[in-house]
Design a protein around this ligand. Structure first.
Ligand code: DSN
Length: 426
């Protein structure tokens, strides 16, 4: 985007943003929760809508001057409902974490006797806000956690059902941040129904795959579904809750005035744009390509000696142990970053290593697929990853890989970048 005025007024921040543009353009973004928003999304997100306060909901606001904001939010809501086939959408959550807290507080009343929630544990791929002890979500509810099978590292629905019968939760949370396989939401709903719990789903990671028909939808099976809007969905940084009609009022009240103040109207507009994009045949093809690429990337890593958790991927994400190449995940992720391959270190199930220096790295294909990379490139990316980890102590090898990565990325400009493209960083 043009930074002319910014560079004139505040060259320090202008220069830093230019550097970040260059970094994003030339490196291979492999963090599975990141993506490239389109120029249209960025323009809406950077618009004057940021100047407006709009506490409340369309046609029921606490401030005047909503002649434009109301139709913007109504359009975002209508598009969200249409894309996901939901009865109701709240597009105001600031991001996924507040959306999850809002979902729990909406569905477990303040004076409820049963405040138990069963969610996926962090070490098995759950999110902090699925009740992990350092998250505020754990202060207000009594959480227990299910894990994955010790051998297959997949969700074991019979074990989850047994745990649910014992724990008798009011809510069961499905969804993950580091799980490379399809989640069976119908099975989760069966378990919830058997123990008299409501099923809620955090689909933040897979929202774009669900929108594009490349992952089964949790919507028909869940009382409510939370999501971020900037991951596979490729929208602005934000959150959203979709729910059944019977929970609409409780969800809306929990978001505002329960947890939040004024909605971020510039984000709402950008989300409406992203949802418009997500309803296209091109986006369906994109979602399927993300999954196909992820499967190919997992296979490439295994061919190059890395241990892929669950032996593959059928969503957007690959989790692998770097230990076969003699490096912890942190050392491997740093070597990869130096080689222009951006990822994050991550615990693997039953990790003997501590969370700050775990055994694994988490990668994914949403961003590379947005740039137009396909199956043949995934073989190359897997080879680069293995070379970067194996060559971590060889600066010449790391520089060679970085040069090769930059060259390929230059041929596939990401969405959101207009000519003239940023110059390479030194
Ligand atoms: N930070 C996100 C992720 O990377 O998975 C989850 O909120």
């Amino acid at each position: 985007m043009s930074l002319n005025e910014l560079n004139r007024q505040d060259p320090a921040i202008g220069a830093l943003i230019a550097l970040e543009e260059s970094r994003q353009f030339y490196t291979a973004k492999l963090i599975p929760s990141e993506n490239y928003a389109s120029l249209a999304v960025l323009e809406a997100s950077g618009s004057v809508l940021t100047n407006k306060y709009s506490e409340g909901y369309p046609r029921k606001r606490y401030y005047e001057g909503q002649q434009v904001i109301d139709p913007v939010e109504e359009l975002a809501i209508a598009r969200a409902k249409a894309v996901f086939g939901a009865d109701h959408a709240n597009v105001q959550p600031y991001s996924g974490s507040p959306a999850n807290l809002a979902m729990y507080t909406a569905l477990i009343p303040r004076d409820a006797e049963n405040k138990r929630i069963l969610g996926l544990g962090l070490p098995a791929g759950g999110h902090l806000t699925h009740g992990w002890k350092v998250s505020a979500t754990s202060r207000f509810f009594d959480f227990a956690h299910y894990g994955v099978d010790p051998v297959s590292h997949r969700l074991d629905y019979a074990a989850i059902a047994a745990q649910a019968r014992e724990f008798k939760p009011a809510l069961i949370v499905a969804g993950a941040t580091a799980y490379p396989r399809v989640i069976d939401f119908a099975k989760f709903a069966e378990i919830a129904s058997e123990v008299g719990a409501l099923l809620v789903t955090d689909m933040a990671h897979i929202a774009g795959l669900v929108a594009g028909g490349a992952h089964p939808s949790p919507i028909p099976h869940s009382a409510a579904v939370s999501t971020t809007t900037h991951k596979t969905l490729r929208g602005p940084r934000g959150g959203m809750i979709l729910c059944r009609a019977e929970h609409a009022q409780a969800i809306d009240k929990a978001v505002f005035p329960g947890l939040q103040g004024g909605p971020h109207n510039h984000t709402t507009a950008a989300l409406a744009v992203a949802l418009h994009e997500a309803a296209t045949p091109e986006f369906r093809a994109y979602a399927q390509a993300v999954v196909d690429n992820s499967r190919a990337l997992a296979e490439s890593l295994m061919r190059h000696g890395l241990q892929v958790i669950t032996g593959g991927s059928d969503n957007h994400l690959v989790l692998f142990s770097t230990m076969p190449l003699g490096a912890t995940g942190k050392i491997a992720a740093k070597a990869m970053d130096a080689a222009g391959l951006e990822a994050n270190f991550n615990s693997i199930p039953f990790d003997p290593q501590p969370p700050m220096n775990p055994s694994g790295v988490r990668i994914g294909t949403p961003a590379l697929t947005s740039r137009g990379l396909g199956l043949a490139h995934m073989e190359q990316v897997g080879a680069w990853i293995a070379r970067a980890i194996a060559g971590r102590d060889d600066p010449a090898e790391i520089a060679r890989i970085r040069g090769e990565v930059y060259e390929l990325m230059e041929q596939f400009p990401p969405p959101g970048f207009a000519k003239p493209y940023p110059p390479r960083q030194p």
